[in-house]
Design a protein around this ligand. Sequence first.
Ligand SMILES: *Cc1c(COP(=O)(O)O)cnc(C)c1O
Length: 356
Amino acid sequence: MKDYKIEINLTSKKKKKPQFDQLEFGKYFTDHMFIMDYTEGKGWHDPRIVPYQPITLDPAAIVFHYGQTVFEGLKAYLTKNEEILLFRPDQNMKRLNQSNARLCIPQIDEDLALYALKQLITIDRDWIPTLEGTSLYIRPFIIATEPYLGVSSSKNYQFIIILSPVGAYYKEGFNPVKIAVESEYVRAVAGGTGNAKTAGNYASSLKAQEEASKAGYSQVLWLDGKENKYIEEVGSMNIFFKINGEVITPALNGSILEGVTRNSVIQLLRHWNVPVVERRISIHEIHQAYNNGLLEEAFGTGTAAVISPIGEFFWQNEKLVINNGETGPLSKKLFDSLTGIQNGTKPDPFGWVVKV
Ligand SMILES: *Cc1c(COP(=O)(O)O)cnc(C)c1O
């Protein structure tokens, strides 16, 4: 790896750390952050690590008005031997550039971004929690900073990385969640930005999420935006079903975000010789499999929860209860295997883990 020149300005006033047994998600931030600027004609420049601080932007900055922004999410773990591990971080940097391409944001140097990330984590390594299930969540993002109200892509950007110690996702055990099938709102459509990790997709998902929460469901199941019947994702996770021994996940179709966890689950299943297919699957097919007693398991996949078992779908006034509302054996095995690889307690046959 090249030796990139990153200016480092350490804080003179370290923050008081939160209680590491009382962390939530994305509530606390470490002592430092990474920033790099982009200026038209000059390219990306001035990569630097500085004390964590507010940023100042012109109120006309394009990101505030037209949402030209992308982000990523990944985690670092501290092993018993005090090694810091990242899980497939190259995939996140690659996807950041794919999102950039869709949002007309200039490409970043993926190696530089990874190098900067490692530097930043090393500086803030005291912030990596070690209790079971906890980790350091990493949020790289890019914002359009040019002050301009005309609708066009920005001439200036900032690429920032912040870090947040996060608690165990499953504090009260690895329990299945209830999901409402969403038939009114859609998350994304083919040709839109569903396959890019960009803020607008999240803004447009809030309404459905809020209504589902009020009705007692933890997430919504998103159907396709055209025919309103093919399954896309669950909340902000990819989704898998196990039907009659075969694992099925919706094929990437332009409106589904290609998760690193999704890809890792597919590779693990193939490694175990569990049949797995990527194809279009409708909510009607799920209903039929359920009626025939063949719907064995369902689970979401994503960096935050890794595997999120689903115990119930609510669709057209009917409750489809999966595996008696309990976590299925495959969901459990995937969770144990993936988290074990990620935190260094299990062998890593795919070479996914990267030491900082
Ligand atoms: C980030 C994200 C995922 C999960 O991706 P991972 O790389 O597995 O964390 C799935 N769906 C959406 C909409 C996402 O934004």
